[in-house]
Design a protein. Structure first.
Length: 273
């Protein structure tokens, strides 16, 4: 566990996300800003990873199944030292190793290519099965989104995780209640997600997704033998920027210059830093 000022870390990560999106004039601010604390908890407090050895055999695997939120992942990876922070400003450029969705063949620290929703958590389930087969002790964490939870692949993965008794797998929901076209309830209600995962055989926990200590405690809490874990993190889309927060219109829209400067001022981040 790293000794860090998590509040300051989250503020700076959000600033880097906004700078990436403004510079590229492309990307997804809402869901990137909502999962910042989840990623900080994983990479700084929970997971066994090593930026100096990204392919370490016994590393924990972290799969950002909601791949459109990769600006948050890239900002954390750069801060951890997987690659220079200056690379962040090349987001979505044709010759950049930081594309609009994670690519494990290009970006150090990315374990799985994601973007087609539902596939990431399915692959994570397969990785957890492989770990059991190899008698390896690494853990697998998959971060999913609300809209993604409407995908059949997600529930096939949940069924498989319970069947194969994957107590080395944790599925984390960034539960910001919004997706590209509106609220979950308006588009396709996912219902009581906790009861659903419980019915599938998961050990379930619900936490405030913007409190790093609470997330960390849930991720570290032991589960019953043979039970996969589900952690529902209640979050707000666009967290940290008042005019983006809880607004589905900021799902996939880059800020204008004025919006960018206002957001950075609100975060207290120097645009020249």
């Amino acid at each position: 566990m790293e000794n860090i000022n998590v509040t300051e870390k989250a503020r700076r990560i959000r600033g880097d996300i906004l700078r990436m999106l403004y510079t590229s004039q492309s990307g997804h601010p809402g869901g990137s800003l909502s999962c910042v604390e989840i990623l900080i908890s994983l990479y700084y407090q929970v997971a066994n990873v090593d930026p100096k050895n990204p392919k370490m055999e016994n590393r924990d695997r972290i799969v950002l199944s909601k791949g459109h939120a990769c600006p948050a992942l890239y900002a954390v990876l750069a801060d951890k030292g997987y690659f220079p922070r200056e690379d962040l400003w090349t987001l979505r450029q044709i010759d950049s190793h930081l594309q609009g969705h994670p690519d494990s063949t290009k970006t150090p620290g990315v374990d799985v290519n994601t973007g087609s929703l539902g596939q990431g958590v399915s692959i994570a389930t397969g990785i957890a099965i492989a770990a059991k087969h190899l008698k390896a002790d690494y853990k697998v964490y998959a971060i999913i989104g609300d809209g993604e939870s409407q995908e059949g692949l997600v529930w096939e993965a949940a069924m498989a995780a319970a069947h194969y008794k994957l107590d080395n797998l944790t599925v984390i929901l960034d539960h910001n209640r919004l997706q590209i076209d509106g609220s979950n309830e308006e588009v396709m209600d996912i219902g009581d997600i906790m009861k659903k995962y419980e019915a599938f055989g998961f050990e379930c926990m619900k936490v405030n997704g913007h409190e790093i200590d609470t997330i960390t405690a849930a991720l570290k809490k032991p589960v019953g033998s043979g039970k996969p874990k589900f952690v529902c993190c209640d979050t707000f889309k666009g967290r940290g920027v008042s005019f983006m927060e809880d607004q589905f219109g900021w799902h996939g829209k880059a800020p204008s210059e004025i919006e960018y400067l206002d957001a950075m001022k609100e975060l207290g981040v120097d645009t020249n830093d």
